[in-house]
Design a protein around this ligand. Structure first.
Ligand code: AMP
Length: 113
């Protein structure tokens, strides 16, 4: 996807603070962190967002959550963290390449804003 910010970030065309990568996903530090740990987990394959995902994307959606759990262990935030997909304009979704937020390392409030 030529015009996709996160696709450019995966190939290094735009710099990022890489946290983890493998053959399926790329994980990097959010540029505007909302907590001590705020990572974005993105599939290498371009998927626009959760509401655009289809049955063929089921495995990668689950895989992103498992990567979040692995990083939650590694970064010692298992006392409390969130994995979040912002979906649609009212949620604040601003980048249209599927990304799972992993947010933790501080007390969380409920309901979220
Ligand atoms: P969302 O609002 O769910 O679409 O989240 C997009 C996230 O991408 C926001 O938390 C931004 O801070 C983050 N972001 C935007 N541009 C960059 C970038 N170049 N590097 C890292 N994070 C970014």
């Amino acid at each position: 996807m030529a015009d996709c910010l996160f696709s450019k970030l995966i190939v290094g065309e735009i710099p990022s603070k890489k946290i983890y990568e493998d053959e399926k996903v790329f994980v990097f530090q959010d540029i505007n962190p909302q907590a001590p740990v705020h990572f974005l987990i993105i599939p290498r394959e371009h998927i626009v967002g959760l509401k655009e995902a289809t049955a063929k994307d089921a495995e990668i959606l689950g895989y992103c959550q498992l990567v979040a759990a692995k990083l939650g262990r590694e970064y010692k935030i298992e006392e409390g963290y969130r994995t979040v997909y912002n979906v649609g304009p009212k949620s604040g979704q601003s980048v249209f390449h599927l990304h799972l937020h992993l947010i933790g390392g501080r007390d969380m409030k409920w309901p979220p804003g």
